[in-house]
Design a protein around this ligand. Structure first.
Ligand SMILES: Cc1ncc(COP(=O)(O)O)c(C=O)c1O
Length: 462
């Protein structure tokens, strides 16, 4: 694989800033590699061509490439073009896997409700002997969990039969399985903009063309969505406490979402209604809609259980197609998830109360420590979308590990380098790490503004 100068320039976006240009360039390319926006083993553009496209000197590009080589992010000059790599033993974590010594602001996911999870697993183990005499493979999911998920949809205002549910290894698996099964390279897909980075990655990996439609502080522009969906192969929206903004598609707009193409809604955050009433699923208004859900945010990401709701035929088709990559979801996790779903009415109020508390702490901290940032209004989910006064999101994410924090830069949520003025701030951390994290971000921001450079081997704060 290779990337062209224009494609790299789009990924770099507006990369002006303080400090020497070659440093900013090497820092940002390194961040793009670590973020996965520049895939590994991608040949970078030739120096002369990139310099011309970026309007800088060839020496600047050459110095940046040399730095990247020295840091281990580019292969040595044994071939015409250096290829992206990650140096062995790099201490910068992959998104969402910050080491124990970094405060993870890159992930919007809460810790497990420990006691409830323990109880659910204990009950699951009690039931396990009933399953042991059988082979344990259930390509569409265990009947018990399919029934519990269907019941939850029915309780939320969308009558659902267990046969309409496919159990998957998380919402991400559900979406990638769907995309692999029903889409082809070059198909055009309409998405929110910003959107969930891993969903965008699924679409890019599948070779789809993405038509982004803006989600602004005012929410979704349904008329534009309807227009954009004409002739598209699919639309993928996150209407229930959208990631990253936390916005909710209004009850007025839900029935208006009549699109010309199949619509997939990701409802991973749907149960996390902090200010709003819990939303009635979009599929209750439009029967053909495919819904994706997950236990990850409601209960715990480590369960790795999600699901897809569709008509029976598509569920069967996807169940068959999944054998190309996996043969089912672990039995104990499915049983534990069914237990948790049965208890959701008792579990959720406390969990939501904790999230509200953490969100107000985060908003207070931003007001006091980052006073020139503005935070969009959110009504649920696990994050807010903060607007920065300058386009420094990637530069901030590049230096933040030196200040003890792991961030997901705004452009990860967009197409073509958009959102350099934005940062997703999750409120899933406890109070002390959240305070320490915002302090770290404030210090990192001061460093960026004074032209500080990113160190390839970050020294986390104690
Ligand atoms: C909108 C959205 N979709 C999918 C996922 C992934 O969910 P899972 O852990 O169930 O794969 C997330 C997790 O952050 C998410 O926010």
């Amino acid at each position: 694989m290779h990337t062209s100068s224009h494609a790299l320039a789009r990924l770099l976006g507006d990369w002006a800033g303080p400090g020497p240009a070659h440093r900013r360039l090497s820092d940002l390319v390194r961040l793009l590699i670590l973020d996965g926006r520049l895939p590994l083993d991608t040949a970078l553009p030739g120096e002369r061509d990139l310099a011309a496209v970026l309007g800088i000197s060839r020496t600047t590009v050459s110095t940046a490439y040399t730095t990247l080589r020295e840091q281990g992010y580019l292969t040595a000059r044994d071939r015409a073009r250096g290829r992206t790599r990650v140096p062995p033993g790099d201490r910068q974590p992959e998104p969402g896997t910050a080491g124990p010594d970094l405060l993870d602001f890159s992930h919007a996911a809460s810790p497990a409700p420990g006691e409830a999870l323990h109880r659910a697993y204990t009950r699951a183990l009690d039931q396990l002997p009933r399953y042991l005499p059988r082979h344990g493979y259930a390509h569409v999911g265990l009947g018990e969990l399919r029934a519990a998920v269907a019941q939850r949809y029915t309780d939320r205002g969308l009558p659902t039969a267990p046969e309409q549910i496919l159990v998957t290894n998380g919402a991400q698996h559900a979406f990638s399985l769907l995309v692999r099964t029903i889409l082809r390279p070059r198909d055009r897909v309409v998405t929110d903009h910003p959107s969930y980075p891993h969903a965008l990655r699924v679409l890019r990996n599948a070779g789809c063309r993405i038509t982004p439609v803006a989600v602004t502080d005012d929410g979704w522009d349904v008329d534009t969505l309807v227009t954009a969906a004409r002739g598209a192969a699919l639309a993928f929206l996150i209407p229930d406490f959208h990631n990253p903004t936390g916005l909710l598609l209004s009850e007025v707009d839900r029935p208006r979402l009549r699109l010309d193409c199949p619509l997939v809604v990701d409802e991973t955050m749907a149960e996390l209604a902090l200010d709003a009433d819990p939303p009635v699923p979009v599929a209750a208004y439009h029967p053909g809609v495919i819904s994706i859900g997950s236990a990850a945010k409601t209960f715990w990401g480590g369960l790795r259980v999600g699901w897809l709701r569709a008509d029976r035929e598509l569920v069967q088709r996807l169940g068959q197609a999944r054998s190309g990559t996996d043969l089912g979801t672990p039995v104990v996790e499915q049983l534990a998830c069914a237990e948790l779903l049965r208890e959701i009415g008792e579990l959720l109020p406390d969990r939501l109360a904790g999230m509200r508390e953490r969100r107000s702490l985060l908003l207070d901290l931003v007001r006091t420590r980052l006073p020139d940032w503005t935070v969009g209004r959110s009504s649920g989910g696990l994050s807010v979308w903060a607007r920065l006064p300058d386009p420094v999101s990637s530069a901030l994410a590049a230096v933040a590990p030196q200040f003890g924090v792991h961030l997901a830069a705004g452009p990860r949520f967009g197409i073509g380098g958009a959102f350099e003025r934005y940062l997703r701030l999750p409120y899933s951390l406890d109070a002390d790490p959240m305070r320490a994290g915002i302090e770290g971000i404030a210090s990192a921001l001061a460093a960026v503004r004074s032209g500080h450079r990113a160190d390839p081997s970050p020294t986390p704060l104690a």
